[in-house]
Design a protein around this ligand. Structure first.
Ligand code: EPS
Length: 390
């Protein structure tokens, strides 16, 4: 896969670092857009006090000259302002693992004497570095008219009815809502549900939908398991902290239906092969089919609850209630930006794989020559043929 990225950094360490490799040369570097996306990631009702302390900004350390990418690895740094309050600080040991958190599994696996090293790296703070990478990929995709966006569908038991809104309408108003839900009524109910949850000293999860518009036909492949775009998107979504499930299109609903009701009929509109419905969510056989990509992801309610839960103090060997660590109450609205990020990275990778090339000058004309889903663009003439000819 042509695009690779890494992140490094702990939640309360000096900084987060991201390295993105594989971006072509000659692409206008979107510094302002990266910082806008970092800002968006910090907004959303249900966040914790940490978000008021940080002012995330990306400092670009390599890969860019004169405002353009030069094809070399792009390194970015996002400082943790909160680090100043933690450096050199004596802190109590933390030995009561939270159910559902990495605390216990990381401590067993790495042999830590305290739970903090595990939570420092597993923290969703890491997603700031990923959002910087994703913003570069989103700007790259935008060069080809491809747009990735997301919004909240449910928070706790509150579901938004979005059936009367087109995908474009949903994306256009998402940031007007404090919970990133395009339906204002549902938004108000979601805010109430989060407020109630905070009063109950608890946390809430939800379902986020991410869509990509303007995709060409032919990204991904059925030829090998790890080239299927479904599998690459699933890995990307499930790599985000607290994501526990995902579907493409109407996957879970389709599982209850007979085949004649679950698929999208293929029709002709002039020369163009079209699908009046999109239950497949834009992918067939691991390959984009030209319809909007639609992904839903299930985020668990985060594990850090003000109300104590059952655990064991690993230092004393006694059953104890959990101790509270500062945290978010409902990070679902903020996670929208993170999911947009990982989907954009996966699609930028798939587009670069399809087109090849090291510079935008090479890549742009190749995009124009991509095969279209039209009868004239397909070399089928109905000639009989022999299978496995000797
Ligand atoms: C998080 C706990 C909180 C969140 C954090 C994720 O941080 P802290 O422990 O410093 O209060 O705010 O998210 C971020 C810092 C961020 O930038 O997203 C956790 O336990 O995962």
């Amino acid at each position: 896969m042509p695009l690779r990225y890494f992140t490094a950094g702990e939640s309360h360490g000096p900084a987060l670092i991201a390295i993105l490799e594989g971006m072509p040369a000659g692409f206008p570097f979107p510094t302002e857009f990266i910082n806008q996306q970092l800002y968006r990631r910090q907004q959303g009702y249900g966040g914790g006090p940490r978000m008021k302390m940080e002012r995330d900004q990306a400092e670009v350390l390599s890969g860019v000259m004169d405002g353009q990418t030069i094809g070399s690895p792009i390194a970015m740094r996002v400082d943790n302002l909160n680090h100043a309050r933690w450096v050199g600080k004596d802190i109590d040991s933390f030995t009561t693992p939270r159910p559902g958190h990495v605390d216990l599994t990381a401590a067993v696996k790495y042999g830590y004497r305290d739970l903090r090293p595990g939570l420092e790296r597993s923290s969703a703070r890491e997603t700031a570095a990923r959002v910087a990478v994703g913003a570069v990929c989103q700007a790259f995709l935008a060069e080809f008219g491809i747009r990735v966006g997301g919004y909240v569908r449910t928070i706790g038991s509150v579901k938004a009815d979005l059936s009367t809104m087109s995908l474009e309408e949903r994306l256009a108003c998402v940031d007007e809502s404090e919970v990133r839900c395009p339906n204002p009524d549902a938004s108000a109910h979601m805010i109430n549900a989060i407020r109630q949850t905070m009063q109950n000293r608890d946390t809430l999860g939800g379902i986020i939908e991410v869509v990509a518009l303007g995709l060409p036909v032919g990204l991904g492949s059925h030829m090998q398991w790890d080239r299927r775009l479904e599998s690459r998107l699933a890995a990307a979504i499930m790599s985000v902290q607290a994501m526990k499930g995902m579907e493409i299109g109407d996957a879970f609903e389709n599982a209850h239906l007979p085949g004649t009701q679950a698929h999208d009929g293929i029709r002709l509109d002039g020369d163009q092969l079209i699908r009046p419905t999109n239950r497949a969510g834009g992918l067939e056989g691991g390959i984009t089919n030209g319809e909007p990509l639609i992904i839903r992801a299930a985020m668990k309610p985060i594990a850090t609850t003000l109300t104590p839960q059952d655990t064991v103090d690993l230092a004393t060997g006694t059953e104890q209630p959990t101790e509270y660590e500062r945290s978010d109450f409902c990070p679902v609205p903020r996670a929208v930006v993170v999911l947009e990020t990982v989907v954009a990275i996966t699609l930028a990778d798939a587009l670069l794989e399809k087109l090849g090339g090291d510079s935008m000058d090479e890549i742009r004309p190749r995009f124009e020559t991509l095969r279209k889903a039209t009868l004239t663009d397909l070399p089928m003439d109905g000639t009989p043929h022999t299978f496995w000819p000797k």
